[in-house]
Design a protein around this ligand. Structure first.
Ligand code: GRF
Length: 196
């Protein structure tokens, strides 16, 4: 079967990107990362891409710039790589329809919380604070399609709950969530890559 072409958008560390690169290399995924694009020049994930021999491109949004124009240009860039899927792996910008309309059913995001919970930034910190206030006992991870501008919301591919316990600190919870992310993103990609 022909390998699926993945373009991965990142803004930072890229530990999820690394999990995807490794899963492709180990043939756990019938896919290849054909490009990594960051909106920040100092995103560590760019180095991960270069180390794996994958094109690593910086496409910065300049302060005061036009969001629609940026999303158009980003779409043009991504289209050059003919992706089967566009993965948001710690991509810290909300994409508008100017981008999304070019990739219907192809954009996938990972969020470190359960569906409908803690959308947006600092989801793990906010879940930990809610646990400390006695409001929740668990949080989790979700992987979902991105059909529109709804933040961390869209048709679910996979989810997994993560219990929070009294010995947890913010850091231990964060570490466990990231471990789940690295596994769940691959589970989700196996599902979508084998479906089409
Ligand atoms: C992850 O927690 C992801 O769910 C969120 O941003 C973080 C990115 O981490 N959207 P990394 O850059 O993959 O290490």
């Amino acid at each position: 079967m022909i390998k699926k072409r993945l373009v991965v958008l990142i803004s930072g560390n890229g530990s999820n990107l690394q999990a995807i690169i490794d899963a492709c290399a180990n043939q756990i995924l019938n896919a290849e990362v054909v490009a990594v694009i960051a909106n920040k020049a100092d995103a560590y994930g760019l180095l991960r891409a270069k180390n794996a021999g994958i094109p690593a491109i910086v496409h910065p949004f300049h302060k005061g710039g036009n969001r629609t124009a940026y999303d158009h240009s980003l779409a043009e860039l991504v289209l050059q790589y003919k992706p089967d899927f566009v993965l948001l792996a710690g991509w810290m910008r909300i994409l508008s329809q100017a981008f999304l309309c070019q990739f219907p059913g192809k954009v996938i995001n990972i969020h470190p919380a359960l569906p409908g919970k803690f959308p947006g930034v600092h989801a793990i910190d906010r879940a930990y604070a809610a646990y400390q206030q006695g409001l929740i006992k668990k949080t989790g991870v979700m992987v979902h399609f991105v059909p529109d501008e709804g933040v961390d919301n869209g048709p679910l591919i996979c989810q997994e709950a993560v219990e929070i316990n009294s010995k947890d600190t913010n850091e231990t919870l964060e570490e466990r969530i990231h471990q789940v992310e690295h596994r769940l993103f691959i589970d989700a990609l196996q599902i979508v890559c084998n479906q089409t």
